[in-house]
Structures are given as C-alpha cells and as structure tokens.
Write a protein that binds this ligand. Structure first.
Ligand code: 13P
Ligand code: SF4
Length: 347
C-alpha cells in the first residue's frame, strides 16, 4: 500500500545500493513511470545487444517475457535476469508453440524437402529460437529484418518466417518477393494456404500477428489523409501489408524515434505504434505535431504490466537477498537459441 512517492524512493535507494551490480534495460513501449529508471532504453535489437554486453550481476528487465529470456540466453552464468511481473508476456510470441512448429516443419518438409531455412522474429519463445538455431536458421528483429532475410536467402531457396506474418510479408515484399510467392501456414488449422504451384513458394509465413499493431487500419490511414493531407504517416512493420503500403515510412521503434527526432521543427506525424511510445514522442517533441494513427491509441497490455509497484517490489526482493521472478532458460534450449541469436548479432 505504498504511495508512488514511497515506491520511487525505494527504487532510487535500491539503485544506489546495488550500483554497478544492477542493470535495468527498458523497451521503448514501457510506461513513463518505469522507463525513467531504465539504465538504457532501446528497441529489441539494441536490448539484445546490451544484454550480451553488460557485466551486471542482476538484470531487471523492463519489457516482456521473450526479451528477458533473450537476456538470460546471452548473459553469463554469474548473471541473473528478472522480470518484475511474470504476466508480462507477448500474445504474438504465444502464437507459435514448439509442438505446432515441429508439426508444421514435418509437413513442410514433405512438400518442399530440404529447401527451407527457418527464421524467427525475436518476439518468440526460447524454444522456438532453439528450434530455429538447431536447423541452421536465425532470429531477426524489426530493425535488421531486411539484411537478415537477404542472408537467409543465400542459405536456402525458401524461408519459414515465424511467428509474425506481417513483419515477414512486409520484409519479403521490400526484397522484391511478390505476394503470389508467399504462402501462409495456419497453425490452428494445420494447413498451408497457397493458390498455385508449390514450386513458386519463396516464403512461408506463420499465421501470427501483434494484437496492438493490427489495430492500425486502412480506414485510419484514409481518415488521416483526408483530415491532414500534409501529415507524414509512419508505422511499425508489425502492421498489415496494406497499411504499410499506404504509409510514408515504416520501421522499428528505434527507426520511428530517429525519424521524428531528426525531422525539422513543425513536421507533422501520424504514428502507427504502441501508445506509450507515441505519448512519449508527443511529449518530447513539442515543436512537432504528432498524433496516433488510430485516434483511440493502442496500448500493449502486457508491456503495461510492468509498473512502479512491480519494479519497486522486484528491486526490493534483490536487496532483501530473496529475488523474485527470475527468468531462466533451460540449458539445452539455450544452447541452440544462442546459435540463432548469435547468427543474427554477428551479421
Ligand atoms: P522493436 O522494438 O524491435 O521495434 O519491437 C517492437 C515490439 O513489438 C516489441 O515487442
Ligand atoms: Fe507483443 Fe505486440 Fe506487445 Fe510487442 S507490442 S510485446 S509484439 S503484443
């Protein structure tokens, strides 16, 4: 029942006591009340790189579960990773489980033989990363997707892209692959959707999506174009293909921030990404006119699980010598998952 002031005091004092033993990475979608205490902020790629490079003993991850897993995989044995609220998952990552993936792989092998390389968006469980690593594939983030996909096509003729169909489709399209060359694997119906000759398939998209970014629609784009004809529309590539196609720019959270921070004063932006980041950009760039592409604003409810009380509770548990919510990835899984992550990080 502590007040916000007391919680803030607890966090400041814990950070002081733990000093360099503590590292708090924070994703751009975190709430203001949390991100103010992050030692570093970043997009998924930057956070993975930071996790691999920090030597802090305690990593308290302000983000979602798959990010904390990645940090655990990339950190050393003497480091431990904590997630202030274990309910901070990711609905997209949950759309591909390992049984579904193994089933799909066997089916696809029967159709395409040994011509497919699996790759997974970092927004996936450690088990999926491990599966991908074991089969020679790599992870990918929204900021390096194009380069990683180019590399992947040098390895095999076809790709299986997990679990976000939109990032997969948008990236492949940018590389010149037509929509007619993309098939979709539906893990619920256990069925491959493709009209045409299987020989023509270049990318197999897993039918997963981000429930936050699917809220940005063609209707939203049309409304903005009508009301503010001179506004730039910038969206995250987790948005549907049609929305990305109608927008002016698309890229990762870091890309969106860079575009806005480097734009001349007086620029106008409608942004298609998570609400906390949009709100922060509005606050930090008062010289620009910024709105959310969807006027209802779109929060990521699981990112929002990390709040002041959970962060204070997590840090206090470390101070008390009984840390809670440690994230540990099984060694067998971590081994192959690390292969997939390192293939990406070394590119
Ligand atoms: P990036 O930070 O890589 O753009 O990822 C966005 C996201 O949805 C994280 O869950
Ligand atoms: Fe997952 Fe989407 Fe939330 Fe990112 S914004 S954590 S992809 S549900």
């Amino acid at each position: 029942n502590s007040t916000d002031e007391e919680l803030i005091e607890m966090i400041i004092s814990a950070k002081k006591q733990l000093g360099n033993d503590l590292f708090i990475p924070g994703h751009h979608y975190q709430k203001e009340e949390v991100i103010q205490f992050a030692d570093a902020r970043g997009d998924s790629l930057q956070l993975a790189q930071l996790s691999a490079n920090t030597s802090a003993k305690y990593i308290v991850f302000c983000g979602v579960h798959f990010m904390a897993e990645t940090a655990d995989i990339l950190s050393d044995d003497n480091q431990s990773v904590y997630l202030p609220d274990l309910r901070a998952g990711c609905s997209m990552a949950d759309m591909a489980d390992i049984q579904q993936t193994e089933y799909a792989w066997n089916e696809l092998m029967q159709i395409f033989g040994d011509t497919i390389l699996p790759m997974t968006y970092v927004n996936s469980t450690a088990a999926i990363k491990s599966f991908v690593g074991k089969h020679g594939g790599t992870t990918v983030t929204s900021s390096n997707a194009k380069n990683v996909m180019k590399w992947a096509f040098k390895q095999k003729q076809r790709l299986l892209f997990l679990p976000d169909q939109h990032l997969g489709r948008n990236t492949a399209f940018e590389l010149g692959i037509s929509l007619e060359e993309m098939a979709v694997w539906d893990p619920i119906l256990e069925k491959l959707h493709f009209d045409g000759d299987f020989e023509d398939v270049k990318v197999i998209l897993w039918k997963g999506h981000c429930s936050v970014h699917e809220n940005f629609t063609v209707y939203n784009v049309e409304q903005v174009r009508e009301q503010y004809p001179d506004m730039n529309i910038i969206v995250h590539p987790e948005c549907r293909r049609e929305v990305v196609a109608l927008s002016d720019y698309s890229g990762s959270t870091k890309y969106i921030i860079d575009q806005i921070e480097n734009a001349p004063s007086g620029s106008k932006w409608a942004i298609g990404t998570e609400m906390n980041l949009v709100k922060r950009l509005i606050k930090e760039n008062p010289d620009q006119e910024i709105i959310s592409l969807n006027p209802h604003m779109c929060p990521c409810l699981t990112m929002n699980r990390i709040d002041l009380p959970h962060l204070a509770w997590s840090l206090d548990s470390i101070i008390q010598g009984q840390p809670i919510n440690q994230i540990t990835v099984d060694e067998d899984i971590a081994y192959n998952a690390k292969l997939a992550l390192n293939r990406m990080l070394n590119l």
